[in-house]
Design a protein around this ligand. Structure first.
Ligand SMILES: C[S@@+](CC[C@H](N)C(=O)[O-])C[C@H]1O[C@@H](n2cnc3c(N)ncnc32)[C@H](O)[C@@H]1O
Length: 229
């Protein structure tokens, strides 16, 4: 897309010091994250297939917390344009390397904090957030940004670990211990009902609540929620 002198490019929010703090853990682990195998490949494929069915070639899609871009690279071919963002510069560097190896003209990767006010207004048909909403500092701020980025009638599609559904020793003892030694990021602990209640508070109508895991217990709830049209 080109910009004319009459239409300057939209201002982009630049990550401030808070965003740099959020990025620190992910910048450090990005190369390892990229190399690690997907824990439940069949569950991931089921999610991709489900999400692909919600997208169409007319759509503008925003993915937040895109990590190294694997999901965006799988889905962008089916939409008009996709902007995939992450607070971590290291993650976006890897995503751009992958995009250079597998060019997709409709896909762009940018560094952005999912909790910062969205630039560009309500211009996306779908916002994707995979393995992200339990990692933001302020869930309400992130949801406000998502709603602001969605067109009326647009959808949020999220898959999020619900740590409150694990044995309490995990969020109360193991995660804090791992955080203390730099092996885990800060997390929000909620269950699927609490997450749905947060979405509803932001006026999103829940359309689907699913689990796609192929293992015995899947704590990652998949939710489709629509902004009023
Ligand atoms: C567990 S990884 C998930 C990556 C990818 N969505 C996936 O499913 O593989 C979490 C990602 O969220 C990003 N992240 C964490 N907090 C964020 C924030 N406030 N804004 C944007 N991205 C964030 C991290 O940098 C990391 O890349």
């Amino acid at each position: 897309m080109t910009s004319s002198p009459l239409q300057p490019p939209l201002p982009r929010p630049t990550p401030g010091p808070a965003a740099a703090d959020k990025a620190r853990f992910w910048d450090r682990v990005a190369r390892k994250y990229a190399a690690d195998p997907i824990a439940d490949q069949a569950g991931y494929e089921a999610t991709l297939q489900r999400v692909a069915g919600l997208l169409s070639p007319q759509q503008s899609v925003l993915e937040i917390g895109c990590g190294t871009g694997s999901t965006a690279l799988r889905l962008a071919g089916g939409v008009q344009q996709m902007l995939a963002t992450d607070v971590s510069t290291a993650m976006i560097t890897i995503a751009r390397e992958k995009l250079a190896a597998q060019p997709l003209p409709q896909l762009r990767f940018e560094v952005a904090d999912a909790e910062a006010p969205a630039a560009g207004g309500a211009r996306h048909d779908t916002v994707l957030a995979f393995n992200l909403l339990h990692l933001v500092t302020d869930l309400d701020a992130a949801l406000a940004t998502i709603v602001a980025a969605l067109k009326p009638g647009g959808r949020l599609v999220s898959k999020t670990p619900c740590l409150a559904e694990m044995h309490p020793i995990v969020p109360r003892v193991l995660v804090p211990l791992m955080r203390a030694i730099g092996k885990a990021p800060a997390v929000l602990v909620f269950d699927a009902a609490q997450l749905q209640a947060s979405l509803v508070r932001h006026c999103l109508a829940i359309e689907a609540v699913e689990r796609h895991g192929t293992r015995r217990k899947d704590i990652r709830v998949f939710i489709v929620a629509r902004k009023p049209g």
